[in-house]
Design a protein around this ligand. Structure first.
Ligand SMILES: Nc1ncnc2c1ncn2[C@@H]1O[C@H](COP(=O)(O)OP(=O)(O)OP(=O)(O)O)[C@@H](O)[C@H]1O
Length: 276
């Protein structure tokens, strides 16, 4: 699949990346007469422009925390703030991409990418030109008129990511966006995501189960402990940028993965009072 190089393209001027603060955030769900303590006293600071991954055992509250940053869920106690403002609802500067691409079957690729502009009532020729540009950046130039049924899973996910970027968000929240893809497609999309991120600086919070993906992409890997989720450790990733494919075969990359795996193994131990 052809991928456009961004080396010569001027950096796009978008809104400044957003900073995120979570203070003493806890979340308890109630259902079927049972309380589920999903998160407990989570404190997290993410600097503007950082690429941060959240990893941790299944059910430790990664998606819950991401949904709170997205304004789709409120904490039971504590606050989540973006650029100092408490988040109580989805904000226009936030883009989201989830594991399922959820494209609308009856819309063309171009119309799917432009959906957020249609919802805002801001779709115009400039917006459509940006959609075409994003499609090129995601390696799908020329697919504007195709429909989702004509695309592979990886292509659908590329379209969903282009859609999450169409509004030029200053914050991008991604919940296992490549979890359902084969390893090679996932690596291609990791490369494309990093190119877009370098081209259009923004804060990214990325949930994944893949330690190697977290290390490859991130400035910092946040390791959460078993439910109720807490921040177990922050692992800075010092690997140089831009990160090219060859990095994946380097001893430094393997060492960074080994270190993150050891910390994650430690986080999988259930703490007293916790449950899986
Ligand atoms: N709407 C909800 N109602 C009740 N319980 C919920 C709800 N959403 C999440 N939970 C529970 O909260 C806990 C944390 O869920 P969450 O999806 O955030 O974990 P996760 O770390 O993202 O998991 P995974 O890695 O398996 O995707 C789980 O025990 C889950 O069952």
């Amino acid at each position: 699949m052809a991928t456009r190089t961004l080396a010569d393209a001027p950096a796009r001027t978008t809104a400044a990346p957003s900073a995120i603060t979570a203070r003493a955030v806890s979340k308890t769900f109630e259902g079927k007469g049972k309380l589920v303590h999903a998160l407990s006293e989570v404190d997290l600071e993410i600097e503007a422009g950082q690429f941060v991954s959240l990893i941790g055992p299944s059910g430790c509250g990664k998606s819950t925390l991401l949904k709170m940053i997205a304004g789709l869920l409120n904490p039971s106690t504590g606050i989540v703030a973006i650029d100092g403002d408490t988040v109580t609802e989805p904000l226009p500067q936030t883009g989201v991409a989830f594991q399922k691409p959820t494209l609308l079957r009856w819309r063309s690729v171009l119309d799917n990418i432009c959906l957020p502009l249609d919802i805002d009532g801001t779709r115009d020729a400039e917006g459509e030109a940006r959609a075409v540009e994003l499609l090129g950046l995601m390696g799908l130039a020329g697919f504007e008129k195709h429909h989702p049924k004509e695309l592979s899973g990886g292509m659908e996910q590329r379209v969903a990511i282009a859609r999450s970027l169409i509004t030029q968000p200053s914050l991008l929240l991604m919940d296992e966006p490549f979890g359902a893809l084969d390893e090679f497609t996932r690596e291609d999309l990791n490369d494309e995501l990093l190119r877009v991120w370098q081209h259009e600086p923004k804060t990214v919070v990325f949930v994944t189960h893949s330690i190697s993906e977290a290390v490859f992409l991130s400035d910092r890997v946040v390791v959460m402990s078993a439910r109720p989720g807490r921040i177990h450790a922050n692992i800075p990733v010092e690997l140089p940028r831009p990160r090219e494919r060859a990095l994946r075969n380097s001893p430094e990359f393997y060492e960074a993965i080994r270190h993150a795996r050891a910390v994650l193994d430690d986080a999988r131990v259930v703490e007293p009072g916790g449950a899986r």
